[in-house]
Write a new protein. Structure first.
Length: 250
């Protein structure tokens, strides 16, 4: 067993609790159990509701770990799998240097997705609008506009819009995480009603340039656990994709 040495904060160590992001975007909790000198890490294969995460040799995974100064993400390759009694383990080889994100930016992602802004209506709730058997936002609510996002986090979203929004006003937002829309030169063409609808309140509306494009920031309100997990999963998986793209991985 490797002994823990004095290491920099951007390095994994034995005992670290980690989020494991699988190749299909699922996020699981696990822990670093051991390490062979300066080589592979031994991590327990995570499971949920009695079912282990599917993993195979040569799979590429991402581990997310936390330090006092922020959040780190590192790419790993599965070298081997083994079973000790009833517990399954995987040996992971670190393939990239850990990428740091400040805590305030940990779940904030620069991303351009289509956002349908609906008028707020007291007769509807976010949970009802996300239930396909109860309501379809495309027919139940009036559309204000369809615009591209600037960034998104588990707490809110920023939009680019020519409309001047009033701080404190509430809206329903349809978030196209399935990428069914086309965004060309700031013009958005929505092809399908977004599968996720959230209630949000305007927190800022700032003019950005001479073309009268405003930076509109909204905070999500009354987000259900299911919707919150969908937003967090989208942000984390898309963040990994962007990191991978920047570093030249296919």
């Amino acid at each position: 067993m490797a002994r823990n040495k004095d290491v920099s904060e951007d390095m994994l160590v034995i005992g670290d609790k980690v989020d494991v992001v699988s190749s299909n975007g699922q996020v699981y909790r696990s822990m670093v159990e051991d390490r062979l000198d300066d080589g592979p890490f031994l991590v327990s294969v995570p499971h949920r509701k009695g079912r282990y995460m599917y993993v195979a040799q040569d799979d590429v995974l991402y581990l997310v770990f936390y330090r006092e100064n922020g959040r780190y993400i590192v790419q790993m390759k599965v070298l081997a799998l083994e079973k000790r009694g009833a517990i399954r383990y995987m040996w992971l080889l670190q393939e990239t240097k850990a990428q740091k994100n400040q805590r305030r930016e940990a779940y904030r992602l620069a991303a351009t997705i289509a956002v349908v802004v609906y008028e707020y209506d007291d007769n509807f709730s976010s949970s009802a609008l996300n239930d396909p058997d109860l309501a379809d936002p495309g027919t139940a609510l009036n559309v204000v506009e369809v615009v591209p996002s600037r960034d998104v986090s588990i707490k809110g979203i920023a939009l680019s819009s020519k409309k001047v929004y009033t701080i404190g006003d509430e809206y329903f937002l349809g978030l196209d995480f399935d990428n069914t829309s086309e965004i060309i030169g700031g013009t958005v063409r929505i092809k399908k009603t977004p599968s996720i609808t959230v209630r949000a309140v305007v927190r800022r509306c700032i003019p950005m340039n001479e073309n009268k494009i405003n930076h509109v920031g909204l905070n999500f309100l009354d987000v259900t656990k299911v919707v919150s997990e969908k937003i967090a999963r989208y942000v984390l998986v898309e963040q990994q994709r962007q990191i991978k793209s920047k570093r030249g991985f296919s």
